[in-house]
Design a protein around this ligand. Structure first.
Ligand code: PGA
Length: 250
């Protein structure tokens, strides 16, 4: 099964517009059988969208989640709270939040909170820039190792990993499919090393960064790649074409 994640970020401005965008896209993807579509939407939109939808392969994600269960934290939402309004996944470690202080250790806490609440953490990893010596590969390995360090091995199959190099976000072009292939296999190998081949095969690995309706089909042949994360293009009508590109049996 493949996965396409729509990352709406701070869009659209109103619930009315959110419903309109979602209804349009829903119509186009409702009958697709081999792909799961995940709508990561601003928290106020989760409940109204999720509870008006009963499609098996359409899911909702919170764009962030608190590292705390409850208490005095102000302005965040816990994994249990987002689950109670219809989110079955949560994005963790997006570079936007890493830039604002979400460390690998904090990400590990959030992953644990998600697992406790039976919410699937969608863990973002990726380098800011590349160096000729390949230090960025160590960065990615550490991001993965630390993010998963607090959960038991048996729960690792309940996560997703997104490889999203920061330099490819909001860019003119996505990363080259051949380069993506190298990184997806690198991440897969890390998972084999830390856990096992079986576990590595259970964890979907996705690519994110400037995916759109034009380039989506160039990523469908990448070995071990289970789907994509879409930012800007997820609000467009043509988003459904990206989902359709991944609707094949594998
Ligand atoms: P983009 O965003 O598709 O607009 O590059 C991706 C993301 O930030 O997840």
């Amino acid at each position: 099964m493949k996965f396409v994640v729509a990352n709406w970020k701070l869009n659209p401005p109103t619930l009315k517009e959110a419903k309109k965008i979602f209804q349009n896209q829903k119509k186009q993807i409702a009958t697709l059988r081999f792909v799961n579509t995940i709508f990561a939407v601003p928290a106020p939109f989760i409940y109204p969208l999720a509870f008006s939808t009963r499609l098996k392969r359409v899911h909702f994600a919170a764009e962030s989640v608190s590292a705390e269960k409850d208490g005095a934290t102000v302005g965040e939402h816990s994994a249990e709270q987002i689950a109670s309004v219809g989110a079955t996944l949560a994005l963790v470690g997006h570079s936007y939040n890493r830039d604002r202080g979400e460390t690998d250790e904090l990400i590990a806490q959030k992953v644990l909170r998600c697992i406790e609440a039976k919410v699937v953490p969608v863990v973002f990893v990726g380098e800011k820039e590349r160096d000729p010596a390949g230090a960025y590969l160590r960065t990615i390995k550490k991001q993965i190792q630390t993010a998963l360090s607090l959960i038991e091995k048996k729960h690792v199959k309940n996560i997703m990993i997104v490889y999203e190099p920061v330099w490819a976000i909001g860019a003119k072009e996505a990363m080259d499919p051949e380069q993506i292939q190298v990184m997806i296999l690198f991440i897969y190998k890390i998972m084999v090393e830390i856990y096992s081949e079986k576990t590595a095969n259970q964890v979907p690995i996705l690519y994110g960064g400037s995916v759109n309706a034009k380039n989506a089909s160039s990523f469908t042949e990448i070995a071990k790649l289970r789907g994509v994360v879409v930012g800007r293009a997820s609000l467009e009508r043509s988003f459904a074409d990206i989902v359709k590109a991944f609707n094949f049996k594998s």
